[in-house]
Design a protein around this ligand. Structure first.
Ligand SMILES: Nc1ncnc2c1ncn2[C@@H]1O[C@H](COP(=O)(O)OP(=O)(O)O)[C@@H](O)[C@H]1O
Ligand SMILES: [Mg+2]
Length: 221
């Protein structure tokens, strides 16, 4: 499907994204991880009108998905096009809408969780924010998913490598938590899950207890 010398136009930690035409892109995991399960979740939430790229085709580590145009929410926030409080509120809204969707298995009390919903996995299109990168999607508890996002905001807020972004992320985290359900029942499971994430550096892992402390400090206000 791709010429052997094709160059990706975008890359994340796990995937490369290649242009097919003006409407579609090919997203490929560099390590060959199969995409079938995440594509199933993307198709499931799309049925509930959740903002997600349409999935046209799935094959091993490749999926052909709708091309989105616009900056990531992270880039929009860094550029000052979205305020920190708006960033937090947008994430709370994206989670509220996602967690209203029942689990595909029909298990009661379970919802669809994204597991990695943060500003680099949201593209701000002309029609509004659209959520990408569904690798960690599963059936689970809304509180776990909210805790995962809070941990990711706290990670950047506390990482010395991103010191200049700390005020923005602290305001976004406060706005996010003020607008979300209380993540406390899912916080320990989310911390354990982050601790087992193989893409995190040792320095990022060492900050987990401080991230939990920052989140708890906003929850008790
Ligand atoms: N449907 C899409 N349309 C346009 N660009 C995309 C699309 N999906 C992903 N991208 C680009 O590729 C980057 C990485 O995609 P992502 O799915 O988040 O992969 P990773 O798992 O590697 O983080 C995104 O930040 C974005 O720039
Ligand atoms: Mg990503």
């Amino acid at each position: 499907m791709l010429p052997p010398d094709a160059e990706p136009f975008a890359s994340g930690r796990d995937a490369d994204v290649y242009s097919i035409d003006e409407s579609w892109v090919l997203r490929r995991y560099r390590n060959g991880h199969p995409v079938r399960d995440e594509a199933d979740f993307m198709r499931w939430v799309a049925k509930y009108d959740y903002p997600v790229p349409a999935v046209r085709q799935v094959d091993g580590a490749d999926m052909v998905i709708e091309r989105l145009s616009g900056p990531t929410l992270a880039d929009a926030a860094i550029a000052g096009e979205v305020s920190p409080v708006e960033l937090g509120r947008m994430h709370a809204d994206l989670h509220r809408r996602l967690h209203a969707i029942p689990a595909p298995s029909g298990t009661s009390g379970q919802v669809v969780v994204h597991g990695d919903l943060h500003p680099e996995n949201v593209i701000l299109t002309a029609e509004g924010p659209v959520v990408i990168d569904w690798r960690n999607a599963e059936e689970g508890q809304a509180e776990f998913d909210v805790a995962m996002t809070a941990i990711i905001f706290a990670q950047v807020a506390l990482d010395p490598a991103f010191e200049s972004l700390s005020p923005l992320l602290r305001k976004a985290l406060a706005g996010y938590l003020a607008d979300s359900i209380d993540p406390t029942p899912g916080l320990d499971a989310a911390l354990a899950s982050r601790g087992a994430n193989p893409t995190l550096t040792a320095a990022e892992l060492a900050l987990l207890p401080a991230q939990a402390g920052l989140i708890r400090s906003y929850l008790t206000r």
